[in-house]
Design a protein around this ligand. Structure first.
Ligand SMILES: [Zn+2]
Length: 349
C-alpha cells in the first residue's frame, strides 16, 4: 500500500491575482491535499470549508477558487480544505470519486487511520480539534441528478441554518458510516452540502452563492425568520451484496439480478407512491442479493421494497434520494436512500 500523498499541506492564502483563472489549472499547482487559511475581518473561532473529499465533485473547489480569486474577505478567519487533489488529477481526470485501490475518503473519518485516505482523515480531525472552529461545511455533488440538499447527524437550529445557506432539503441521519459530518457537535456543527449533480452547472452556482453567504454573514447559526426546511429522518440505504449483478438499461437485462432504468435518478427527493416499479429483478430470489438494514442491522427490506412479477416496487409511499445510476457507486456505496413519508416533516421556524 502506498502512503505517498498522505500529508495535508498548508499554504499561505494566495493573493487574488496570483491564481490562474481556471480552477482546474489551480488544482494542478497544489502540492496535494491542501489547507489554506484566510484571515477574516473580525477575530473569532474560524469557519471551515471542506471540498473535494470526492475527486470528481468539483462545485465546492470551484467556488473556493472563485472566492480566493476575488478581493473579498471572510467575516471570520476561514480554513479552506481542498482534499482530493491527487484523486481529481489522476487519469481519467476529474472523473474519479476515489482512487481505484482506495477507500472512499468520506468513509475514513473513523479509526483505524492506516491507509492513505485514513491518514488524511486523521490529520483533518486533528486540525478540527486544535482549531475549535465555529462551524464547518463539507461540500459535495451527487452523482445523479438531484436538487441541492444537506445531510446532518443532528436536528437543531444551527444545522438547519447552515443548510439553509444552500438548500431547503435536510436529511437527518442516524447512520454512522465514517463521514466527516459525524463529528458534528454543539460546539462545531458540521453539515454535508450536496449542491446537485456532478455535471449540472446549477450546482456550481448553488455552491458559489452558498459559500458567499457562509463567509460573509456574521451569524450563520441562527435560522432566518420564516425559514422553511424539508426534513427527512432516518433514511435507510438500499445496498447491493458483493455478488449482485446490476444493470442500467431501459429494459430488463439477461443475467442481471437487478436492472434499473437509466433515469431512475429523476425520483430524487420526489415522493413516490406505493407500487412504483424502480427496476426489474431476475426472480424473487434476486432480493437476497440486495440489502436494506436500519442502523441496528435489522432487515427492513419488506417495509420498503418488494417484488411484483419481475418488477422491484416500492412497498409503501416513500421519499427517495441520493439515487445513483452509476453501477460503481451503487456497488461501492449504495443504490439509493429512502425514508418513509411519515418521517418526512416540514419545519417552519
Ligand atoms: Zn461526495
Amino acid at each position: 500500500m502506498s502512503l505517498a500523498g498522505t500529508h495535508l499541506h498548508q499554504l499561505d492564502c494566495p493573493a487574488p491575482d496570483s491564481l490562474p483563472v481556471d480552477p482546474l489549472a489551480w488544482l494542478e499547482e497544489l502540492p496535494g491535499a491542501t489547507l489554506i487559511r484566510q484571515q477574516g475581518l473580525q477575530s473569532g473561532p474560524p469557519r471551515v470549508v471542506c471540498t473535494l473529499l470526492h475527486g470528481n465533485e468539483l462545485s465546492g473547489v470551484k467556488a473556493v477558487h472563485r472566492w480566493l480569486s476575488s478581493a473579498m474577505k471572510p467575516h471570520f478567519d476561514t480554513l479552506f480544505l481542498v482534499v482530493g487533489v491527487k484523486v481529481c488529477l489522476t487519469e481519467p481526470r476529474y472523473t474519479l470519486r476515489q482512487l481505484p485501490d482506495e477507500r472512499d475518503m468520506n468513509r475514513c473519518f473513523l479509526p483505524p487511520f492506516e491507509d492513505r485516505p485514513g491518514r488524511l482523515a486523521e490529520q483533518i480531525l486533528a486540525l478540527l480539534r486544535s482549531q475549535c472552529p465555529e462551524s464547518m461545511l463539507d461540500i459535495h455533488n451527487t452523482s445523479g441528478h438531484s436538487p441541492a440538499f444537506g445531510v446532518a447527524t443532528h436536528e437543531d437550529p444551527a444545522h438547519e441554518a447552515l443548510l439553509s445557506l444552500f438548500a431547503q432539503h435536510l436529511v437527518v441521519t442516524d447512520l454512522r458510516l465514517g463521514a466527516i459530518m459525524e463529528h458534528s457537535d454543539r460546539h462545531c456543527p458540521i453539515v454535508t452540502i450536496e449542491c446537485g449533480g456532478l455535471t449540472d452547472p446549477k450546482a456550481d452556482d448553488i455552491a458559489w452563492k452558498g459559500l458567499q453567504r457562509y463567509l460573509q454573514q456574521e451569524d450563520v447559526l441562527t435560522p432566518q425568520e420564516g425559514l422553511q426546511i424539508d426534513l427527512y429522518h432516518h433514511p435507510v440505504r438500499l445496498e447491493l451484496t458483493p455478488s449482485c449483478v446490476l444493470a442500467v438499461a431501459n429494459q430488463p437485462v439477461l443475467g442481471a439480478d437487478l436492472t434499473i432504468p437509466k433515469d431512475l435518478d429523476r425520483y430524487n427527493f420526489g415522493e413516490v407512491e406505493q407500487g412504483l416499479p424502480i427496476g426489474w429483478v431476475a426472480s424473487e430470489r434476486s432480493l437476497e442479493r440486495l440489502k436494506l438494514h436500519n442502523k441496528s442491522g435489522e432487515d427492513l427490506m419488506g417495509q420498503y421494497f418488494r417484488c411484483c412479477g419481475n418488477h422491484l416496487v416500492t412497498a409503501q409511499r416513500l421519499k427517495l434520494f441520493m439515487v445513483t445510476t452509476s453501477p460503481t457507486i451503487a456497488a461501492s456505496d449504495c443504490l439509493l436512500y429512502a425514508s418513509l413519508e411519515r418521517e418526512h416533516t416540514r419545519l417552519n421556524t
